[in-house]
Write a protein that binds this ligand. Structure first.
Ligand code: CP
Length: 300
């Protein structure tokens, strides 16, 4: 593995290998930290807002004993003076051993990889993909279910058009058998055709029946920042609100995931329900990103 650019680059074996390394990283985290990446530098280039992805990448590198440099606001980047991304990457690759990039436009991570002499990790490229989020999503699912061995019904809810985490997870989870996928969204933000496969269900209503039958409900925020039409955003923004009454319809051992941040789509009261696993899911980002950093740098 030279770069992490898209969910589709991973085979089932590669995914399971990453999860095994992530489990080792969990042991390191329990102890505190390691020196596996001592002397190595991670650059986090985040040209769109982020809380958990950037901080979990940086925490991952610090817990591995490495160092971090960062550009967290495009306003203060030379890109604001007109520098193209490829040139920025060439320069940063002189400073760092590995780069985690969040950018505004789908395909940026791939372009960056073409210019880079060090590994690039796609930390979200516009409405394109967010493969490291999907790795932690799948790692979370694997902790609750026998992925590939038992039949699982996954329901994606919310902004499926612009939701890059959905694009990546819907792709990545298909490495495993016995997965039945339902996409539930208003027509205006329904899943793009290219992510659909035979046997998938596409719906515009989140019915009680769907909630009762799902093993995994993956809720997402309506991505206000991607809408050109503010009126359209207002029409769809509260299309699906998962409250205590709705989530209680899910089986007790079913899980509710969300890449976060949430806005209105999961009410605060839901956090106390047994199905709510989104904070556990976010926590899994650190061992997963430690695993990726060590693999990409050839440290494990
Ligand atoms: N899930 C996720 O990408 O969160 P941030 O935007 O806070 O990084």
């Amino acid at each position: 593995m030279n770069h992490v650019l898209t969910a589709s680059q991973f085979s089932r074996k590669e995914l399971l290998d990453i999860f095994l390394v992530a489990e080792e990283m969990e042991k390191i985290l329990q102890k505190g930290k390691s020196e596996l990446a001592k002397g190595k530098i991670l650059a986090t280039l985040f040209y769109e807002p982020s809380t958990r992805t950037r901080l979990s990448f940086e925490t991952a590198m610090l817990r591995l004993g490495g160092g971090v440099i960062s550009e967290t606001d495009v306003t203060y980047s030379s890109q604001t003076k007109g520098e193209i991304l490829a040139d920025t990457i060439r320069i940063v690759a002189n400073c760092a051993d590995i780069i985690s990039l969040r950018s505004r436009t789908a395909g940026d991570a791939e372009k960056a990889s073409e210019a880079s002499s060090v590994p690039i990790i796609n930390a979200g490229d516009g409405a394109g993909e967010h493969p490291t989020q999907s790795l932690l999503d799948l790692f979370t699912i694997q902790k609750h279910f026998r992925l590939g061995d038992e039949p699982l019904r996954v329901t994606f809810v919310g902004d499926l058009k612009y939701g890059r985490t959905v694009h990546s997870l819907a792709t990545m989870i298909r490495n495993f058998e016995n997965i039945k996928i339902s996409f539930v969204a208003p027509q205006e933000v329904q899943i793009p055709e290219k992510y659909l496969m035979k046997g998938d269900t596409v719906q515009t209503e989140l019915t009680d029946e769907v909630l009762k039958q799902s093993d995994i409900v993956y809720a997402t925020r309506i991505q206000k920042e991607r809408f050109e039409d503010g009126i359209l955003y207002e029409q769809v923004k509260d299309a699906f609100v998962l409250d205590i009454q709705k989530v209680s319809l899910m089986r007790e051992n079913a899980i509710l995931l969300h890449p976060l941040p949430r806005v209105n789509e999961i009410t605060l009261g839901v956090d106390a329900l047994p199905q709510a696993k989104y904070f556990e899911q976010a926590r899994n980002g650190i061992p997963i990103r430690m695993a990726l950093i060590t693999q990409l740098l050839g440290l494990v």
